[in-house]
Write a protein that binds this ligand. Sequence first.
Ligand code: 13P
Ligand code: 13P
Ligand code: MG
Ligand code: MG
Length: 366
Amino acid sequence: MKVTLSVIKADIGGYVGHSGMHPRLMEVAEEKLREAQESGLLIDYFVTRVGDDLQLIMTHTQGTESETIHKLAWDTFMAATEEAKALKLYGAGQDLLTDTFSGNVKGMGPGLAEMEIEERPSEPVIIFMADKTSPGAWNILLYRIFADPFNTAGLVIDPKLHPGFTFEVMDIRNNTLVRLDTPEETYDLLALIGSIERFVIRAVYRRLDGEIAAVASTQKLSLIAGKYVGKDDPVMIVRAQSGFPAVGEILEAFTHPPLVPGFMRGSHFGPLIPVPFHFSNTARFDGPPRVIAAGFQLAEGRLVGPRDLFDDPSFDRAREMGNLVSDYIRRMGPFEPHRLSEDEMEYTTLPSVLKHLENRFQKLED
Ligand code: 13P
Ligand code: 13P
Ligand code: MG
Ligand code: MG
């Protein structure tokens, strides 16, 4: 049976500030998706959130980029935004960049990751959801999971993983796409995906048979809106076991928190820490950036789960390291590399400061 797993998310109002989500917004989303399930449109759904981002996890048979499913997500976000406005939550409707739905939520503000798959006899999937960062944050993690044999033992010892994986990489500045095969093209891949604000991994495929292994959201709000409106707070879906990396190999990648762009005002580097669901609210300096992992078994499209996969002492050290790194980098205040590079600030908050000082810059004689 072919099943589509759609994860569509948006920040439609924070509680308090950008730190978390008011339970009422999740109730509204829950009501909307329950109706859609009762009408037969959805097989199953799960509503959750990370920090101030509302996550709609849905299964159905409409395929990816289905107008009906996207409209359902859009209408759900709009309905929850009404509640957010009534409660005067912070940045109500923040990520909904237009008033009217036009066929696909792509380019309208929400982020999405979708895959259509033929369910295996057992289909474990992990949905990662991050707050206070941008899609390039996944690059190093996807690389570790699917191309680094020091992370994923299966790349060396499992015949189905051994042929490697194909990475689909987007150049989000030029809106182009390139496919690179690992292990042969590892160095080319790394040359690109090390630039996390420009090159973003969109999907990963198993080379053995071309099966999709992972898909990530790539939407950059600032590029869509032309100004800073909030961070993208990306999501990704990763399939596990039986010819894909094991759950434990996938999770292993998160034991070393990478420095990612986001944190306060979306303008600073900070460590991405793996946290259990109950720690998904951001705090210090609107961070540190964080990620939750929801594990499900799919059963004819039913979402059996979630299991809260970072709710485990084996991630305590990663969180400690993240706190230590935050202490260290925070002391740099407004200096790079804590503050993002000038290039990146161009898309965020620096232009208004430069504009304000425009007339005060004097020409120097050579
Ligand atoms: P599978 O090949 O069945 O995914 O087993 C891997 C394993 O035993 C570690 O989880
Ligand atoms: P969000 O993208 O999570 O809304 O955060 C925005 C921000 O500016 C935090 O300081
Ligand atoms: Mg917000
Ligand atoms: Mg957010």
